[in-house]
Design a protein around this ligand. Structure first.
Ligand code: ADP
Ligand code: MG
Length: 671
């Protein structure tokens, strides 16, 4: 009996070459194959008479070869095998490409079942490359059949075979994470039945039962895992922060806080006074002023004689936070420092010493805060910015540096309210749903490539007024090399704007070089910045007034909204120009949403509506583990059931379940 986590080579019929192909698509063990759930299914149960076939349908036909097959060599490397198949009602022309072995398989006088897509025209019916089996030995027809997502070098046939073998070898050893009582109470099938039927369903009912069980399991484990964080927090005690006079902080601000900022700050301050560690998500659209909420919390914490730390996803963002916040807080007597990867070893040592001795009040930095061996004399508050970049586990790692410190996470990923509550089951949520006054609406235009000369003229005008411009062109291919796209575009623009300083960044650059270019741009040493999506996060250049997005149809709406949020941060009227030559209805609808809406939450809702939840959550930008089968948008009812089931179990009684849940939750995050 093979192990779930063994090498694929332990499965029958999988040699080292095939295993290598599977590994390239991330499938390394029988367990991986079993959780590679079908993308969809084909119903191969329907048998139709040839006379009744309609064009375009996928269906089975039962019949005999009406004549011996003929073979034609069309050209080198392309052989056609043709055979007429007849039933009582008519004849079907069947063609196989490059499958000469079928010649012997289709012997006259034997009854076959063929499944495939029908082409019907004036000259009759035909099928290309159908699945063909002897009628007395059906295994892939006459049933519901899985269709898997594939990648290069792996065919449907190989995957089906691999999954079958994995089931044969391992189905009996699958761990059952759902306690019996829960399976009974919620009517859920056993684990081996679920895996067999999600791949090779015996019936519609069996498939529905399998899916229900597996999605329930996933949501149940997610809930248990997140709750693990929550209980640890609730059973922990934190120092009760006493009320402090916040007026020096408020008086130092160059503006009055918005109502939403005041509300979020009040919610956070009340958490920190409660004696239970705060674990709060502050969610606000780009530009809503989240930094000031963090600053107020830090000030409150520091006046309570505790240290605060703020972690940002990039060096540049950390530096911007540091510059802004130390200018604000240092005059109030707060000792602020910056810790990032590029701080010299000597300075790092100094910072570590001062942090440990509590000679520092507020430490701002990047990941280096977690990895750099920093200890705090008395850590009271942990803030992470742009939280979707960090997983639950990373948040935890930073919090572990204190004795149950308060945690505030800030996110600009606009998730509709109801979903956020569910998604961040371990967090309380504050919504920063108001922009500071006096913001001018960013004017958004969707145009086709024909407009490029006019766009260029407009850019030139903006630059001559001293403004800066972002240009974003998409990755040619997901995870691919964007250097070519970026450099070619940059040289074209250098021809068009010979007098302008044109900067570019791409994914192949070292992070340090990337940061250097971006901070040059931020300090005004460039008129245009060309990139793929590296500027998506948090960069603040108030002088930038135009965001141009090429091939805008390739971006998700929420992503476009994030990009647009890079401009309109200063006092200048700002513009977002979306260029797309795609004529599709969906593209037009989506870009229309961008043109008419500036509210990030509405954009997110529209995104969900148009693209569907699969794609929305597929972007994995929520710091949650990727779900393989459950769908947070459409499985609302199941989620509620899984949550109430999770309430009922105590982790001590089911250590394996608790372990698996914790493991699953720790996979979240993309940073
Ligand atoms: P976010 O992080 O939510 O995208 P920031 O905190 O960077 O937004 O704030 C965006 C800009 O708005 C900053 O330049 C900030 O100084 C300014 N700002 C924040 N709060 C206010 C306010 N109440 N009134 C005016 N400007 C504000
Ligand atoms: Mg921010």
């Amino acid at each position: 009996m093979a192990e779930l986590s063994a090498n694929l080579e332990t499965l029958r019929g999988i040699g080292s070459r095939r295993a290598q192909s599977f590994r390239r698509m991330g499938l390394a063990t029988p367990g991986d194959l079993l959780t590679w759930f079908p993308r969809r299914y084909e119903d191969r149960r329907n048998v139709k008479a040839i006379a009744d076939l309609t064009d375009g349908e996928s269906v089975c036909v039962r019949g005999f070869a009406a004549a011996p097959p003929t073979v034609t060599r069309v050209r080198d490397g392309l052989d056609l095998l043709q055979v007429p198949v007849a039933d009582e009602s008519g004849v079907l022309r069947v063609t196989f490409f490059n499958q000469l072995w079928m010649k012997n398989a289709l012997s006259p006088g034997t009854e076959y079942v063929l499944y495939g897509k029908v082409e019907r025209n004036l000259f009759g019916c035909s099928m290309s490359n159908p699945v063909a089996e002897r009628a007395d030995r059906q295994s892939e027809t006459g049933r519901i059949w899985p269709v898997y997502a594939l990648s290069a070098g792996v065919s449907q046939r190989m995957l089906c075979h691999g999954v079958r073998e994995a089931l044969r070898a391992c189905a009996a050893t699958l761990p059952e994470y759902l306690p019996d009582e829960i399976r009974r109470d919620y009517g859920l099938c056993p684990v081996d039945y679920a895996y067999r039927n999600i791949h090779f369903p015996e019936s519609d009912e069996a498939l529905a039962a399998a899916r229900r069980r597996l999605a329930f399991e996933e949501l149940f484990l997610l809930t248990v895992g997140l709750r693990g964080f929550r209980t640890r927090r609730e059973s922990a005690t934190a120092d009760i922060f006493r009320d402090v006079d916040m007026s020096p902080f408020y008086d130092a601000l160059p503006f009055t806080l918005t109502g939403a900022q005041r509300r979020c700050i009040a919610e956070a301050l009340s958490d920190m006074g409660s004696g239970v560690p705060m674990n709060r998500l502050c969610q606000g659209d780009v530009g809503s002023g989240k930094t000031m909420v963090a600053a107020a919390c830090a000030y409150y914490c520091i006046r309570n004689n505790k240290q605060a730390v703020l972690m940002a996803p990039t060096e540049l963002l950390a530096r911007q936070h540091y510059e802004g916040l130390s200018a604000l807080l240092s005059p109030l007597g707060v000792r602020v420092a910056l810790l990032t990867g590029s701080v010299s070893a000597k300075d790092k040592r100094g910072i570590r010493q001062r942090a440990a001795a509590q000679e520092l009040d507020f430490l701002i930095g990047t990941h280096a805060l977690i990895s750099g061996g920093v200890e705090f004399g008395s850590l009271g508050l942990v803030v992470t910015d742009e939280q979707h970049r960090f997983g639950v586990a990373q948040r935890g790692a930073l919090a572990a540096k204190g004795h149950s410190p308060h945690v505030l996470v800030m996110s600009a990923t606009p998730i509709p309210r109801t979903l956020a509550m569910t998604l961040y089951g371990d967090l309380d949520v504050s919504f920063l749903d108001e922009l500071p006054p006096g913001r001018r609406k960013i004017l958004t235009y969707a145009v086709s490539g024909d407009y490029r000369p006019r766009v260029y003229a407009f850019l030139e005008k903006q630059m001559s007024e001293g403004r800066q411009i972002y240009i974003v062109c998409p990755m040619v291919q997901e995870g691919g090399d964007d250097r070519k796209a970026v450099t070619e575009y940059a040289s074209e623009l250098r021809r068009v704007f010979p007098a302008r300083r044109i900067l570019s960044v791409h994914g192949r650059m070292r992070p340090k070089d990337k940061e250097a270019v971006m901070s040059a741009f931020a300090s005004g040493d460039g008129d245009m910045l060309i990139s793929t999506t590296v500027i998506e996060v948090g960069i603040d250049v108030p002088n930038a007034s135009v965001m141009v997005v090429e091939n805008a149809e390739r971006f998700g709406l929420s992503q476009l909204h994030q990009l647009r949020g890079r401009v309109g941060r200063g006092r200048f009227q700002s513009y977002c120009i979306l260029i797309s030559d795609s004529r599709g209805d969906e593209t037009r609808q989506r870009l229309r949403v961008m043109v008419t809406t500036s509210d990030g939450f509405r954009v997110a809702e529209e995104d969900l509506r148009i693209r569907g939840p699969g794609d929305f959550f597929g972007e994995r930008q929520h710091g949650l583990p990727p779900l393989k089968i459950a769908n947070l948008c459409t499985d609302g009812q199941l989620l509620r059931e899984a949550q109430s089931a999770a309430e009922a179990v105590s982790p001590e009684r089911y250590p394996e379940t608790a372990r698996r849940a914790a493991e699953m939750v720790s996979q979240g995050g993309t940073a």
